[in-house]
Design a protein around this ligand. Structure first.
Ligand SMILES: [Zn+2]
Length: 234
């Protein structure tokens, strides 16, 4: 009986939330999360995972030492990439976030020369109150997806977010920076001391949040910090 009800519910949700491609609205195969294969193949790639990361490294220049930065796709307003990021962040789709992380993991394994030097992946932490609201941390899910392919360890407890913040979308760069300062804390230094940490997030814009994480990781004694994001603005 329970099984029947759950199947009925699942059919109902498929009707209410049809699984259509975020890019072209075509009905998706069950093996295609969020995007059909052809939309996925046409996403705007960056070259940063191939070692050409100077464009993104500059976001951190003069602020904090960052070894490498790799982002998979270019982020722009109204783009399919924006819809993809929005879906994994706000539409209760942790599995999709893991899947997108796996795509990135395959690219990193094949094309990113420095990934083998990384010791541990750390998703930008959410405050526990936000984690309760959302149910999952999309950055941890992306890190998990990358880890499943690269076999790198993930830590979800070394770095924590200590201050709850409201939405950052309406703030300017200075306000954002002031707001993220000292928001993060290394809760378990032994997980990162002497290690090359790759901070993982969904999208890299100003870099202020990741900068704040990197400062705390350096203070706690990590060897170096790199950055992996699914998308990045110029
Ligand atoms: Zn499509």
């Amino acid at each position: 009986m329970f099984r029947f009800v759950s199947e009925l519910l699942s059919d109902f949700f498929d009707l209410v939330y049809p699984t259509i491609c975020l890019g072209c609205q075509k009905t998706l195969e069950t093996t295609e999360p969020l995007l059909c294969v052809s939309c996925r193949m046409s996403l705007p790639e960056t070259q940063t995972h191939r070692g050409n990361d100077s464009e993104l490294i500059n976001k951190f220049a003069g602020k904090v030492k960052v070894e490498h930065v790799a982002a998979r796709y270019r982020y722009s307003k109204g783009s399919v990439v924006q819809k993809l990021i929005h879906a994994i962040k706000y539409k209760d789709q942790p599995e999709a976030a893991i899947q997108v992380g796996q795509w990135f993991g395959h690219t990193l394994k094949a094309e990113c020369p420095w990934i083998e030097d990384v010791d541990v992946l750390i998703g930008v932490p959410l405050h526990k109150k936000r984690l309760r609201q959302r149910g999952y941390n999309q950055a941890d899910c992306i890190a998990q997806g990358i880890a499943e392919v690269t076999q790198l360890p993930v830590s979800t407890s070394a770095l924590v977010r200590t201050r709850f913040q409201g939405s950052q979308t309406r703030k300017n760069r200075l306000q954002r920076w002031l707001n993220v300062e000292t928001v993060f804390r290394v809760a378990d230094p032994k997980q990162i001391i002497g290690k090359h940490v790759a901070i993982v997030d969904d999208v890299l814009t100003t870099g202020a949040t990741i900068e704040s994480c990197a400062i705390e990781l350096h203070k706690a004694g990590c060897r170096s910090v790199s950055v992996l994001t699914i998308a990045a603005t110029r």
